[in-house]
Design a protein around this ligand. Structure first.
Ligand code: SAH
Ligand code: SF4
Ligand code: F3S
Length: 472
């Protein structure tokens, strides 16, 4: 068994000492001025990054900052960045420029940039040379050192760049400030070993490393005790949980343990990888009391040739085999996937293969992406598909999935489903919205007191992306 990747309690304690130091300073400032310093955290990217931001916010709060929702009112702004596609990086860079204007009005404002984008040396250098108003920068490996880096920055006054960050660890027991009081993220592992040829994640989040099962069980027990209703376990490839460390259990064992926790809650997980999703896992799901019958299984392409170029290590036959078994054991399962359109060398025939797989599998929903070359990944060096072809294929894919998604959702009309209510809908203030066990969005006429609770609705109509129902 290998626990070398788990940070020692002494190292965590060292960060807690910095937290205390900042706390004293911020308390003194509040006592003097009658105003507490504010911290604002801006997050780009996936749920992993949202979970990381909850740690940044938790540490900031412990350091005596009040968390603010308006960057204009902040004394500390943290931008947690993503590098998955060009667009994600451009969005982060343009928001950093916006914060420059806030700093012009408040020269004491401290701006920090962290996360996947700046785990790349070339992006760190971009910030260094082209964004001089950014005060400190650190990548995902240094997340737990945020208190130390902030203290050092404030003490020395100079801009601070973490040098080569290559030591990827698991840091337990950091403070977390959760955004919601009924939905929670729980990271069970970090990093990725798969090196899909298009993907930047293994380069910016390091190798796979898992948390120990008892730490995860404790965290989930605490969440259920605190009334959390919807808990999502996170990892880039949760199916390989614990394998990296040689722990004497696997992901299915973890799920079985968590399922024993008593209470009224739903457990989900993401993301799975078709090369590692096995029958044992599906059996545990099917037999469980709390695990949602929902599976997000990225397929990426429906062409075996492209899957091989992508280094995905499965083919369409293997993918269909998992789907068949899943649907046999859980006929009500909601199945979603990720698709990349326009991977280098994708021919019309390859793309037709993807379209055929959509017709065969009939996903409930798809997250589809136009391939974006990532510096340093093998696919970025391959022969690229012209932008116009990529866009046109993307439109065709969306159109087909729009039809299938609507047909799948129509099957739910007349059914009664349990929905975890999120309160008044952001898009339609006359309706309340929530998520079904399958994680589908549902709209209905609700009440203030429904927010954060399970309600039952009868589905009256559906479109490709949502269900519309009546509360009973
Ligand atoms: N670990 C997960 C999620 C990775 S990122 C997994 O293995 O599925 C989420 C999705 O972004 C991926 O599934 C993929 O579909 C997409 N993606 C990753 N790199 C991309 C790139 N360079 N261009 C376009 N989409 C990409
Ligand atoms: Fe990226 Fe592949 Fe790892 Fe997912 S499994 S994070 S797509 S390299
Ligand atoms: Fe997530 Fe983006 Fe990093 S998708 S892992 S935040 S590159």
């Amino acid at each position: 068994m290998n626990k070398k990747h788990i940070l020692s309690p002494e190292e965590i304690l060292a960060q807690k000492t910095y937290i205390e130091q900042m706390r004293r300073e911020n308390d003194a400032y509040a006592a003097q001025t009658g105003k507490r310093r504010g911290a604002f955290v801006m997050t780009f990217g996936c749920q992993q990054n949202e979970a990381d931001s909850e740690k940044i916010a938790g540490m900031a709060k412990s350091m005596g900052y009040s968390l603010v929702t308006d960057p204009e009112c902040a004394d500390l702004i943290m931008v947690n960045t993503c590098a998955i596609r060009e667009h994600a990086e451009q969005k982060a860079l343009s928001i950093i420029v916006k914060y420059k204007h806030i700093k012009a009005k408040n020269p004491d404002l401290v701006i920090g940039v962290c996360g996947c984008m700046v785990a790349q040396e070339h992006r760190k250098n971009d910030i260094k040379f082209r964004y001089p108003y950014v005060d400190f920068v650190f990548g995902t490996a240094s997340l737990h050192r945020f208190p130390q880096l902030l203290c050092q920055k404030l003490e020395k006054g100079k801009r601070l760049y973490c040098p080569e960050e290559t030591e990827y660890t698991v840091a337990e027991d950091l403070p977390i400030h959760r955004e919601s009081d009924y939905r929670a993220w729980v990271s069970i592992m970090y990093g990725c070993n798969n090196f899909c040829s298009y993907c930047i994640v293994p380069y910016v989040r390091g190798r796979e490393r898992s948390r120990e099962m008892h730490k995860i069980v404790e965290e989930v027990q605490g969440l259920v005790r605190d009334g959390y209703k919807d808990i999502t376990l996170l990892g880039q490839n949760v199916n390989s949980y614990a394998k990296d460390s040689g722990f004497p259990y696997d992901f299915a064992d973890l799920l079985r343990e968590l399922d024993k926790i008593e209470g009224d809650y739903v457990l989900r997980f993401m993301t799975s990888h078709p090369k590692d999703a096995d029958r044992k896992l599906i059996d545990v799901m099917a037999d469980s009391g709390h695990i949602a019958h929902q599976f997000h299984l990225p397929m990426q392409s429906g062409s075996d040739r492209i899957l091989s170029l992508m280094n995905r290590k499965y083919d369409t036959a293997k993918y269909l085999d998992i789907v068949d078994y899943m649907r046999k054991k859980m006929p009500d399962v909601t199945l979603t996937s990720d698709i990349i359109v326009g991977f280098p060398g994708e021919t019309e025939e390859d793309f037709e293969g993807t379209m055929r797989m959509l017709e065969t599998v009939r996903f409930d929903m798809l997250y589809s992406f136009i391939y974006s070359p990532r510096k340093g990944t093998p696919a970025a060096e391959m022969e690229q598909v012209p932008q116009a072809v990529k866009s046109q294929r993307f439109e065709r894919l969306l159109e087909l999935q729009g039809r299938i998604g609507k047909e799948k959702n129509d099957l739910l009309v007349g059914k009664t489903l349990r929905v975890l209510c999120d309160g008044v809908s952001k898009n339609n203030s006359e309706l309340y919205s929530g998520r079904t066990e399958g994680n589908k969005i549902a709209f209905f006429e609700g009440d203030v007191e429904d927010a954060g609770k399970f309600v039952n609705i009868t589905v009256k109509r559906a479109d490709a992306f949502a269900l519309y129902g009546e509360k009973i």
